[in-house]
Design a protein around this ligand. Structure first.
Ligand code: SAM
Length: 274
């Protein structure tokens, strides 16, 4: 019975691929690859000569028919540029439809930046939430962080180097001081784990321009003692932030994440003070 194999590939170091993945890539009739040029480098390294076809973000729906046609006569392997297909990469639609059509799907274990970063971060691994890529726009990012501020499990997100500093600032303002780890260039020459409080990590990346590929790992709210501030504490924190020039809405949002108070209640205190 023809099989669709989901095959993870290395996230940097070409050695990070399993023997089974190499055998499958050698034996299938066709490899559907996010970027055929990237995959060709891997195949050349391991002297694999299987035909390639493209399967990427922009043809992931129109290409399904061709891939299912190929599956009528032989096995197909799906690979992405790096790591596990379907994880912030094309794959989901193909797997879903293959299952619906009764095609056998085999998902091979292998590299992903999520688990590599999480386990090396030193933050709790017993439960975690994968957030994908964080929203790009500042307002959307802040709303997103506010909505998950009370999540108790460790948080794992992909982030681009040019947004990292702004994202860490927003994390610090909305989550307060939490243990954080930036895992950069995993398995590559300039691999780096920056671990510490959000402020520590932010200070590092203000000084050293972040480059390359990045996973951001943040402690969940469980690591923070459950707190309920009294009104005096709220007023003091508000005063400090407003005197430092922060807007009332930003201050209310930040204090809400630390104090156990609703943002609206803090905002109302601020307004009554004006
Ligand atoms: N499917 C991949 C996986 O399983 O990890 C993720 C693909 S996603 C399009 C690419 C993002 O993953 C990068 O922008 C970065 O955030 C993260 N990433 C991939 N390789 C990485 C590496 N070697 N070091 C750090 N982050 C990496």
């Amino acid at each position: 019975m023809p099989t669709l194999f989901i095959v993870p590939t290395p996230i940097g170091n070409l050695e990070d691929i399993t023997l089974r993945a190499l055998r499958v890539l050698r034996e299938v009739s066709l490899i559907a690859a996010e970027d055929t040029r990237t995959t060709r480098v891997l195949l050349q390294h391991y002297e694999i000569h299987t035909p390639l076809t493209s399967y990427h973000e922009h043809n992931k729906l129109t290409k399904l028919e061709a891939i299912f046609a190929a599956l009528e006569t032989g096995d197909v392997a799906l690979v992405s540029d790096a790591g596990t297909p379907g994880i912030s990469d094309p794959g989901y639609e193909l797997v879903k439809q293959a299952i619906e059509q009764g095609i056998r799907v085999e998902s091979l274990p292998g590299a992903s930046a999520i688990t590599t970063a999480l386990v090396g971060s030193g933050l709790p691994t017993d439960g975690f939430v994968y957030l994908g890529f964080l929203p790009r726009k500042d307002r959307a990012l802040r709303d997103f962080l506010t909505a998950i501020a009370r999540e108790r499990r460790t948080l794992v997100a992909y982030e681009s180097p040019n947004r990292l500093v702004d994202t860490l600032k927003a994390v610090g303002e909305i989550f307060g001081e939490r243990q954080t780890c930036v895992a950069r260039e995993l398995s590559k020459k300039f691999e780096e784990f920056q671990r510490g409080t959000v402020s520590d990590v932010l200070a590092h990346f203000i000084e050293h321009d972040p480059r390359g590929e990045i996973v951001l790992v943040m402690a969940g709210a469980a690591a923070v003692e459950p707190v309920q501030w009294d009104e005096t504490q709220i007023r003091r924190a508000l005063n400090e932030r407003l005197e430092a020039g922060e807007s009332l809405s930003s201050a209310a949002r930040a204090i809400a994440s630390e104090s156990g108070w609703e943002r609206r209640a803090i905002y109302a205190l601020g307004v009554s003070k004006e």
